[in-house]
Design a protein. Structure first.
Length: 576
């Protein structure tokens, strides 16, 4: 202990407070009306206002700026948010002596994690942000905080993993530009998405692990059968048992890809989430798989199987006609692929503008002619980016339709997830996912604007990032696209632009958490797909999104839908 003399007891009368300073310490020393002496940090942990100027009643000190109240005996916050540090005191020879020993870092970290839990539960994001900064300052790694957000989502999500899961993975791409405590800037965006969705929600009850046996392949068959039967308890119990057995990526990813390829789930979310789940666990370690992975499985079981809708019947019939041929088609497009296949542009055109059955046929013929799977994914990625560039911004604020900017962004993130599926799970399952992608992109055709939404002539020159960002922020779409095209044609390194757009994504350019999540995801995907294909389209698609007004609140729309449904029996209009 490091006992330090503060001041004579006689200089602090009962019912008064004074400030004692020693080195970096600034301490409020309180003598209550009963004569007890306490010492706490003078800076209120909320916003730093001086507690010595607060009001004392009994053993409770109130910060008069925001009415936060602290128990002087241990610093506990009895009204407000996080606790304030307290210091042991004693009276020695009529001198107030304070122990200034530094707190044990392990004990401090443990208290901060508990405080984080409390802040997340009530969505106290100021408190969460302060605790994140304190944890980072104590040496906690950003990845540990990111996986904490994914874990929080997994434990509380009512129907399985939410957007908090992919954002937890994506946000780690921001760390290089945010060293030390600055990492809190992107991390708290991810935690906000996790916390807001589950405010004061109870922990979801999960089934106990079930031993899957010693054969991962046989266990995977039972797992996929449980998912198909929508037996969430059994599916989750099997995967939890597999994790407890020590199985990880090699054993589990074949199960997961097979389960998400059986149906087109939730607007493509489940394939996207699976990609980010694998990315996150690869970074932080598969020892964190439970509960994140089990929550993802619960979401797969609960996911809407959109391929069961009537409009998907044409694709289902086409896939049925290929029954027994998918293995051969996969071999043709992977092991026996023809690197000189030249149908790339034709496939893009039919997916964007052709008839739906022609698009399915075009993909089938590409596979039969040994088109490399990676080249097919390149074509579908290009079509997805073009679909975003064609999106009619007038649809976004239109209260008469359910479709919006977010609808069309899923197409590009789905294709990026398809690319990861081809790399992580080379099997005939990925062909079903590719056909789903063709259908998904083709369905978006109804969101195209009647007139092109791109510059009708080249921008004169690349003039740097600031004018481009100004055009984005001011929603001057054509100028923003023109400046981006000029940058891309200049052959200059894109790292400056990427860094600037990544910064924009976490600086509250948009506010609604679901919109923030999609901006973050599409920023990463745009540059990943540009790197993979060499095409300017993914980056231009991102700029089109960022430079268009986005309607974030939907209360007016859902109220209109309610009136139409309840009074007239009208079904909400959806184009996709």
């Amino acid at each position: 202990m490091s006992w330090t003399e503060a001041l004579p007891l006689s200089e602090l009368s009962a019912g008064h407070t004074t400030v004692f300073k020693s080195g970096e310490h600034q301490i409020a020393v309180v003598r209550t009306r009963d004569g007890e002496v306490f010492a706490i940090d003078n800076r209120c942990p909320h916003e730093g206002y001086p507690l010595a100027q607060g009001t004392v009643a009994g053993c409770v000190l109130t910060c008069n700026w925001h009415n936060y109240k602290f128990d002087l005996r241990d610093g506990t916050c009895v009204m407000g948010e996080e606790a304030v540090r307290s210091y042991p005191t004693r009276i020695q020879d009529d001198i107030i002596v304070i122990d200034l020993s530094p707190p044990d870092p392990e004990e401090q970290r443990a208290k901060l994690w508990v405080s984080m839990d409390e802040g997340m539960r009530d969505h106290q994001m100021g408190r969460v942000a302060r605790d994140v900064v304190r944890l980072l300052s104590l040496g906690v790694q950003p990845a540990e905080i990111a996986v904490y957000g994914a874990r929080w989502d997994a434990l509380y999500a009512e129907y399985g993993s939410s957007h908090a899961l992919p954002v937890a993975a994506d946000i780690l791409h921001w760390m290089d530009a945010h060293p030390g405590p600055q990492a809190a800037i992107p991390l708290v965006q991810a935690l906000d998405i996790a916390a807001r969705t589950h405010i004061r929600r109870q922990l979801r009850l999960r089934p106990d692990p079930q031993d899957p046996g010693s054969d991962p392949v046989a266990a995977g068959v039972r797992f996929c059968a449980a998912v198909e039967a929508e037996d969430a308890d059994l599916a989750e119990a099997i995967v939890r048992g597999a994790i407890a057995r020590g199985w990880a990526k090699a054993e589990l990813t074949p199960w997961l890809y097979k389960s998400v390829s059986a149906h087109f789930l939730d607007f493509g979310h489940q394939l996207i989430y699976l990609t980010k789940l694998i990315e996150l666990l690869d970074q932080v370690g598969w020892e964190h798989a439970d509960p994140v992975l089990s929550s993802f499985v619960f979401g797969v079981v609960n996911g809407t199987r959109e391929d069961l809708l009537p409009e998907w019947s044409s694709l289902n019939k086409h896939l049925d006609s290929l029954d027994g041929e998918l293995d051969a088609l996969f071999t043709a497009s992977s092991v026996a692929a023809d690197p000189d296949w030249s149908g790339h542009k034709a496939l893009i055109e039919v997916v964007l503008d052709g008839r739906r059955m022609d698009a399915f046929t075009a993909l089938t013929e590409a596979l039969r002619h040994r088109a490399p799977l990676t080249t097919i994914v390149d074509a579908l990625s290009e079509a997805a980016g073009q679909r975003m560039l064609r999106f009619d911004p007038a649809l976004d604020p239109d209260p008469s339709t359910q479709d919006s900017w977010l609808s069309v962004t899923h197409i590009q993130t789905y294709m990026a997830a398809l690319r990861h599926a081809v790399a992580n799970h080379p099997s005939p399952d990925v062909l079903r996912l590719a056909f789903f992608g063709v259908m998904f992109c083709h369905k978006g055709r109804g969101l195209d604007a009647e007139e092109p939404q791109v510059p009708d002539q080249p921008w004169p020159a690349h003039e740097g990032v600031e004018p481009l960002l100004d055009a984005v922020a001011s929603k001057r779409r054509l100028e923003a696209l023109g400046r981006t095209e000029a940058w891309l044609h200049s052959n200059e390194d894109l790292s400056t632009l990427k860094t600037a757009l990544m910064a924009l994504a976490v600086e509250d350019a948009v506010t609604r958490p679901i919109v923030v999540a999609h901006i973050i995801k599409n920023t990463i995907v745009a540059f990943e797909e540009h790197d993979a294909t060499g095409s300017p389209t993914p980056v231009l698609a991102l700029i089109a999104l960022l430079s268009s007004p986005v309607k974030e609140r939907r209360v007016h729309r859902v109220t209109r839908e309610a009136i139409a449904f309840v009074t007239e029996g009208k079904v909400p209009r959806s184009i996709m």
